[in-house]
Design a protein around this ligand. Structure first.
Ligand SMILES: Nc1nc2c(c(=O)[nH]1)N[C@H]1C(S)=C(S)[C@@H](COP(=O)(O)OP(=O)(O)OC[C@H]3O[C@@H](n4cnc5c(=O)[nH]c(N)nc54)[C@H](O)[C@@H]3O)O[C@H]1N2
Ligand SMILES: Nc1nc2c(c(=O)[nH]1)N[C@H]1C(S)=C(S)[C@@H](COP(=O)(O)OP(=O)(O)OC[C@H]3O[C@@H](n4cnc5c(=O)[nH]c(N)nc54)[C@H](O)[C@@H]3O)O[C@H]1N2
Ligand SMILES: [Mo]
Length: 762
């Protein structure tokens, strides 16, 4: 595209690799932006080291054998965001009413830096005012005691530690509910539901070492260059061994194409790049079931041929016989699936699909890596089940170098589930909790994210407590949710920086600032450490050493204990103060509740590379209903959950290279060639021509779920992009206004953010 004035948006295709000098330059912009003094850089060097802190950005595992610097551009941005010397002080809140702040952009809200004081909303002035911690806890407790337990929601974002999360889940259950939605409900819940039903564990079965042992990697719907950049090192070493990486993604994502290691002086000096994907298939959004069905069809066809010719079979019949159930029904479906329908839905030609199937058929050990491109669809669980189907066909689970590899989002989102953050009774050892703490834990299923949204809108939810996150901005149905938030009796947000959710008060509203993970956390027994679980089920200790952003901050465990003590009846078996004084006693309690997962927790938490919590499916022990791994016959070929229609597009809501979820670091998306704006609509040139639009034109999108509610996002700049016809891309969270709360994945209730039905309005 043509260059524009520097203060105007610039949409120019990016020519470089992921990583490389671009990422070094990007860092050089970030540190001054956050006013970080050079000496604070030593914190970066401690990132992801056994004796350091665990990165607050993504959940990709940290290796046991460290590089001198073990962080990526995105991790450095996340660290800088927390270490910033900028502060949102009480004076800031004296100047601005919430009504005014609601007109600000997300970026501007967080750009004022870390919160410094506990705050209470004063309705008379429409401002936050400083409050005393004890007074805050007292009022929150007094209020919550007045509300029936089913009407209170305890949300958590996936950053909080295992220690804080365990206390939080226990507090909710002792209060009398399991209304414990978390960010995972919007993210990998489709994985937790799909993998649990199929292979008996809710998590991936692979570890970092499998990258050294696999023969091929299939990669679906994850944008590694922006969202898990440290994985590029693992992918690059796999490529150096000659491993094929077959990618399915509607967009051509730079990190999946090419990478230069910014930490490798030789590569940097010679501008040497590694090609990451050996095949790149631009599947239609929601077309992955069809694409995987094609691979399955080729495997069956080649297996039949091999049988008649007396050659080596393509399917692993011995494995299927011994370890699986549901194969016959699945294969009947595969044989019957119609090629024209597969080509139509996937948007890929039969020849193109065949080359990917060839790689799969000839590889002895295959990892399938995936992200939000599979989970955030109406048929997101079926997407995950198709991944398992493919793996099972050739015995690719429970052997070295093979297995499903979901890439988790937040740095401890998987761990929160491990220690009880869940609305589902069957995932918690309720009897154990009853015995350990002498109370009767609730057994009714609690509210998940979608159900909590419905409850806020219909008024049945009266109080909302948030351990981090930006719930209002992350969920669908922005307009109705924001309007309904004012009807809450109680809104309590535990946070590090100001975000849009904090600007929507209930009758009683608190904004409680906490320590970040990078900061030193001194309690009665001395300096404390916390722990997190990564995407591959390894548990790591983390020690913050940086000076806290303010002397008025409390740690998350201290805030939870403060609320719990004022809300719950006294229980001699729960000593909240002792837990806060010494977090190793929380870990002892966790170990007592989950003895199989956390033996010797305190001793092992700083083991290099973390300690692995084990995974039965990886030993081919299937904790499913049938005792076998389950094939699932899908209900159709499309994951979108709606029919195609004239003028209806499939909108994917995406992250840029310059954001962490609802936190907007800046307005550039380097790899996609976007500078200075987030108001972009990625669109296929043929669609632009057919709709009579032109590059740079400003258009609006309108929701097309057909429920009679008008949802519009104005002001998007049309940008021709390498994306399949009929598909659109635009940024999350600004496009959440277009999403119906009822448009979610079946079974898992993950909002279907990757196939939102929309129309373009000029
Ligand atoms: N820097 C940074 N790191 C992050 C985050 C962040 O915001 N910033 N967020 C964290 C969190 S919580 C999460 S969950 C992860 C998210 O990381 P990702 O899983 O990468 O999530 P998205 O950015 O939403 O991108 C999804 C990718 O899927 C593709 N896609 C969309 N629809 C489809 C489809 O139908 N089929 C296929 N095959 N592909 C599709 C998109 O083109 C895009 O490349 O990253 C975590 N890490
Ligand atoms: N349309 C669309 N919607 C989506 C998605 C999508 O792809 N498309 N992705 C979904 C996904 S995968 C996710 S995970 C959710 C994310 O949803 P959330 O996890 O709720 O949102 P975040 O943006 O990660 O939360 C950012 C806020 O967390 C607070 N915070 C940061 N660090 C800490 C800390 O250490 N402690 C505490 N207490 N607070 C802290 C800060 O105040 C910051 O403003 O969004 C979901 N929504
Ligand atoms: Mo996520």
């Amino acid at each position: 595209m043509t260059k524009q004035k520097s203060d105007e948006p610039d949409l120019t295709p990016f020519g470089g690799p992921a990583g490389g000098w671009g990422s070094v330059r990007s860092l050089a912009e970030i540190l001054p932006r956050e006013r970080i003094p050079p000496e604070a850089l030593r914190e970066l060097v401690r990132q992801n080291k056994p004796d350091g802190f665990q990165c607050v950005s993504c959940a990709w595992p940290k290796p046991a054998h460290n590089h001198p610097v073990e962080f990526c551009e995105e991790g450095a941005k996340a660290t800088a965001w927390e270490l910033t010397t900028l502060r949102t002080k009480p004076e800031f809140f004296e100047k601005h009413t919430l009504t005014e702040l609601r007109t600000w952009r997300d970026y501007d809200l967080e750009q004022h830096g870390r919160l410094t004081h506990p705050l209470r909303y004063d309705a008379a002035t429409d401002k936050y005012v400083v409050v005393d911690w004890d007074e805050a806890f007292r009022e929150i407790g007094a209020e919550l005691k007045q509300i029936a337990p089913p009407s209170v929601v305890f949300y958590s974002s996936g950053r909080a530690s295992l220690e804080a999360s365990y206390m939080y889940g226990l507090m909710a259950r002792m209060f009398g509910n399991q209304n414990l939605p978390d960010s995972s409900n919007m993210c990998h819940e489709s994985t937790s539901v799909g993998l649990k039903a199929a292979i008996g564990v809710p998590v991936g079965t692979t570890q970092l070492k499998d990258f050294e042992l696999c023969d091929a990697i299939f990669f679906f719907g994850q944008n590694v260059g922006s969202n898990a950049p440290r994985m590029l090192h693992d992918l690059r070493s796999a490529r150096k061994r000659g491993i094929e990486i077959v990618t399915f993604n509607p967009l051509r994502e730079r990190g999946l194409e090419r990478f230069t290691d910014p930490q490798n002086p030789f590569e940097m000096a010679t501008l040497r790049e590694t090609n990451i994907s050996t095949q790149y298939h631009q599947v239609r959004a929601g077309g992955d079931i069809a694409a995987m069905m094609a691979i399955a069809k080729f495997l069956v066809e080649w297996d039949d041929e091999a049988k008649t010719q007396g050659k080596d079979l393509v399917l692993d019949h011995a494995f299927i016989e011994q370890h699986t159930s549901g194969f016959d029904d699945f294969i009947t479906f595969v044989r019957a699936a119609d090629w024209d329908a597969i080509v139509q839905e996937s948007g890929l030609s039969k020849a193109e699909l065949e080359v990917s199937a060839r790689i799969y058929a000839k590889s002895k050990a295959v990892m399938i890596i995936y992200g939000m491109g599979l989970t955030q669809h109406v048929k997101g669980v079926e997407n995950v089940r198709m991944v398992v189907n493919l793996l099972l066909m050739r015995g690719n689970i429970g052997k070295p170098g093979a297995g499903p590899t979901p890439v988790r989002g937040h740095s401890n989102v998987q761990g929160q589930r491990t220690v009880g953050i869940t609305e589902k009774t069957e995932l918690v050892p309720v009897d154990k909790l009853a015995e350990q703490y002498g109370f009767s834990p609730p057994r009714e299923k609690g509210l998940d994210t979608v159900e909590s949204c419905r409850g806020v809108i219909d008024g049945s939810v009266k109080a909302f407590i948030a351990l981090g996150g930006n719930f209002l901005r992350a969920v669908p149905e922005t307009e109705a949710m924001e309007a309904a938030w004012f009807n809450l009796r109680v809104s309590v947000q535990i946070a590090t920086k100001l975000n849009r959710n904090h600007l929507f008060p209930g009758a009683v509203t608190y904004l409680l600032p906490c320590l970040g993970r990078i900061e030193s956390d001194i309690q009665a027994s001395g300096a404390q450490a916390i722990s997190v679980e990564d995407s591959t089920s390894c548990i790591h200790g983390s020690k913050g050493k940086a000076r806290p952003a303010s002397t008025h901050l409390l740690s998350e465990p201290a805030i939870i204990a403060g609320i719990a003590k004022q809300t719950l009846p006294h229980n001699p078996k729960v000593d909240w103060d002792r837990w806060v004084a010494d977090y190793s006693t929380i870990r002892d309690a966790i170990e007592e509740t989950y003895p199989a997962v956390f033996p010797d927790f305190n001793k092992r938490m700083f083991q290099p590379g973390g300690f692995w919590k084990g995974n039965k499916a990886s030993e081919r022990i299937w904790l499913t209903k049938s005792g076998k791994a389950e094939f699932l016959t899908p209900t159709g070929l499309s994951a979108t959950g709606f029919d195609d229609a004239d003028g209806r597009y499939r909108l994917m809501t995406l992250r840029s290279n310059d954001q962490f979820n609802t936190t907007i670091y800046g307005y550039h998306d380097r790899f996609r060639g976007v500078k200075g704006t987030r108001d972009v609509l990625f669109m296929n040139s043929a669609d632009i021509a057919r709709d009579g639009l032109h590059e740079g034109q400003i258009v609006a999108l309108e929701s097309d779920v057909g429920d009679g509610i008008t949802r519009v996002r104005e002001g998007l700049i049309v940008m021709p992009y390498s994306i399949p016809e009929g598909c659109l891309g635009a940024y999350y969270p600004e496009c959440n206004v277009l999403m119906s709360v009822e448009h979610f994945a079946e079974e898992s209730h993950v909002p279907a953010a990757k196939s939102v039905p929309v129309r373009i309005r000029v």
